[in-house]
Design a protein around this ligand. Structure first.
Ligand code: PMP
Length: 273
């Protein structure tokens, strides 16, 4: 099994990560996870765009081009013979003696690895744990600093839930590693792409599929009590695609069927890939 180590493809056991990498000290890095279907990365350009945006928002000295990233990605997928799976690419701001103050002259370090396709819960749906969003105010940046997310995910798993649905002061934001959609009276609702959520690539694809199919999509924040009487709910992400929620637990208790709108969007998504 091979990995990407500072843009070089090397056997996993030969990879060298420096102890003064700023990703370790400060979570000072950004990343992307790209799904691979039939040897083809899905929505690759959109992922690179978001990676560049994340790096730019953090004032990183990131000069690698999308073409170079694509080449490294394709080479690694081929080397590991990934047919269906995913690739993880991380960009650390750089490595230097620990100091909160970063230099704008750091040299970014790019690492990556491939993964197999995760088990799908798209047929049976998942239970979701409703809890407080305790993350920072720049959730639009896809950084490796994910403690608020990992703590919420653990809390959810301890309550036998596959995902945590977060709210900030009573307004639902997103999942710990996914975006959330509700369906009421055939209309889709999801949090707008502000600083309070990560604007998921899957979210954007699903909004386009839904709109093209004639559904109304309302991008507005809604109170968590609305979860209580949703007709349908689902999460979207690169790895979970369109996964129905059949139960809310925690601060909201509700059950819902896997409805026709969710099923339609799952079908349209499958068609697209
Ligand atoms: N929100 C958060 C917090 C995430 O970590 C992710 C990705 N795992 C998403 C949303 C979904 O984004 P995407 O569809 O681009 O995978």
């Amino acid at each position: 099994n091979y990995v990407l180590d500072n843009m070089n493809i090397v056997p996993e056991s030969d990879a060298v990560i420096q102890t003064n990498d700023r990703s370790y000290h400060f979570g000072d890095g950004v990343y992307e996870v790209v799904r691979v279907y039939n040897q083809t990365p899905f929505q690759l350009d959109a992922h690179w765009d978001r990676l560049f945006q994340s790096a730019q928002k953090l004032d990183m000295n990131f000069t690698i081009t999308a073409d170079e990233l694509t080449k490294a990605t394709m080479d690694l997928l081929e080397k590991n013979q990934v047919k269906d799976g995913a690739i993880y690419i991380q960009v650390s701001r750089g490595a230097s003696p620990r100091n909160h103050l970063y230099s704008r002259e750091e040299t970014p370090i790019i690492t990556g690895f491939t993964m197999s396709a995760p088990p799908s819960k798209q047929q049976e749906g998942i239970a979701a744990w409703v809890t407080d969003d305790m993350r920072w105010l720049r959730c639009d940046i896809k950084t490796v600093n994910l403690l608020g997310n990992v703590m919420a995910k653990r809390e959810a798993a301890d309550a036998d839930c596959a995902e945590a649905i977060l709210h900030r002061d009573g307004l639902v934001t997103e999942g710990s590693s996914s975006n959330l959609f509700l369906v009421n009276d055939g209309i889709l609702y999801t949090h707008p792409a502000t600083n309070l959520i990560l604007n998921g690539i899957t979210r954007q694809v699903v909004i386009k599929l839904a709109t093209d199919a004639g559904f109304r999509v309302v991008e507005e924040a809604f109170p968590k009590d609305v979860l209580d009487h949703a007709d349908e709910a689902f999460i979207t992400s690169t790895t979970s695609e369109v996964t129905p929620i059949v139960e809310f637990k925690g601060q909201i208790t509700a059950q819902m069927p896997i409805g026709p709108v969710t099923k339609k969007l799952q079908a349209l998504f499958k068609e697209l890939i």
